[in-house]
Design a protein around this ligand. Structure first.
Ligand SMILES: *Cc1c(COP(=O)(O)O)cnc(C)c1O
Length: 389
């Protein structure tokens, strides 16, 4: 393989983007609004934005997507003995939120050619104890949501969309996050729009709305009290402190005001990657050609490479190697050139937690999930990528 001169590029995997409006809004919240805890002006503004733009029934900003998933598990009254179907190839929180309530996890493999779960393998796993299917829209690509919805409705089980990565993603014109009774989003700094740490629970089933308000507010009916519906508030149900601070919501609003521009930039970067690796577009529109050349030359001698072909919401762009060793070599070569590329989830069914607590899941095999765990590599993808030289 050809060795390149030490490149001047210093490219991290991610750099959280700032639009410039975040601090203006935070200052406004701090100086003018007189309320910095959750459920204030900026929180409501963000929630209404999502409700109007995506047709969600009701949104609750939370401190993280993890917390939104924990709210979901509380809302669905998941308890010991219940079974919850989840993908093996996902972030820990997708499964952990339900394990926390005592659920038995039933894992599903990924599709052969994409990390999303394989819908066709789910039906035989449904039992009388199955309470919910939790799916992930990996890279903002719809997890065959129409088919899943039909299946869940047929067996009268809940559908929860872990849409952590799927802001501004659509299926047949309808927003992801609007199909399940519940959906969760993340505004972690690694996602398309962010506020450092943050998340959102979407409640699409009106029957779950009232309790969601209570769980969100530490188990109290404080939200209804502030609407003037009662003269005092008290402890009604289980709950926790799931609200996002107004400071974070003000920050998030600065991002939302620039959502279209952020998405447009990510789209250009994604299309440059895709065009370059497919050989269809050798003149990038925003990425530097020398950067793409380094990425390509470093692949020499590392076998057949597959690459992501479904854009989703331009959340990430991945390469897929023939084995873990080749992936590791590539990571090393990029690092020598000052570029940080990282892999993604490790199959949850093989985790220490599952080995210890749910050994019957540990012995099942999920070849596709393992392949994405061991062979997939994500390239840097963030707003300012082209400017880093
Ligand atoms: C990022 C992510 C999460 C966790 O989000 P946090 O806001 O960090 O809690 C959960 N699920 C998926 C699929 C994610 O990508």
């Amino acid at each position: 393989m050809r060795s390149f001169p030490n490149s001047p590029l210093k490219i991290p995997f991610n750099k959280p983007y700032l639009t410039g409006k975040e601090f203006v809004n935070i200052q406004d919240a701090a100086e003018n609004l007189g309320k910095l805890s959750g459920n204030g002006f900026y929180s409501r503004q963000c929630q209404e934005f999502f409700q109007n733009r995506y047709g969600f029934h009701r949104c609750f900003l939370t401190t993280s997507c993890t917390d939104a998933l924990e709210m979901a598990a509380l809302l669905l009254e998941i308890q010991e003995g219940d079974e919850v179907i989840v993908p093996s190839f996902t972030f820990v929180s997708t499964a952990n939120a339900f394990a926390l309530r005592g659920a038995k996890l039933v894992f599903v493999d990924s599709q052969e050619d994409f990390p999303n779960l394989d819908v066709n393998t789910i039906e035989p796993l449904i039992t009388s104890k199955t309470k919910a299917i939790v799916l992930v829209h990996y890279a903002g690509v719809s997890c065959e949501i129409g088919q899943l919805k039909k299946l869940a409705d047929k067996y009268k089980i809940f559908l929860v969309e872990d849409a952590a990565q799927a802001i501004e993603s659509f299926e047949g014109g309808r927003a992801l996050g609007s199909f399940g009774q519940l959906a969760t989003f993340s505004f972690h700094e690694t996602k398309n729009i962010h506020c450092g740490e943050g998340g959102m629970l979407v409640v699409n089933d009106p029957n779950l709305e009232k309790r969601a308000e209570i769980i969100w507010e530490k188990g109290t009916d404080r939200t209804a009290f502030f609407r003037g519906e009662s003269d005092k508030y008290g402890w009604k149900d289980l709950g926790s402190s799931f609200l996002l601070s107004e400071l974070n919501a003000a920050f998030l609003w600065g991002q939302l005001e620039n959502l279209d521009a952020i998405q447009e930039r990510r789209k250009q970067i994604w299309e440059d990657y895709q065009g370059w690796f497919s050989g269809l577009k050798k003149e990038p529109s925003v990425l530097q050609k020398t950067y793409l050349e380094i990425l390509e030359q470093a692949l020499q001698g590392l076998g057949e490479i597959e690459f992501q072909t479904q854009p989703g919401n331009y959340h990430l762009f991945y390469l897929l190697f023939e084995n873990a060793n080749l992936r590791q070599q590539y990571i090393g070569r990029l690092r020598q050139n000052g570029i940080l590329a990282v892999f993604h989830y490790q199959s949850l069914h093989k985790s220490e937690f599952i080995q210890k607590h749910q050994p019957e899941q540990f012995v099942r095999t999920f070849p596709n999930s393992d392949r994405f765990s061991d062979f997939l590599l994500r390239l840097p993808l963030f707003y300012e990528l082209p400017d880093l030289t």
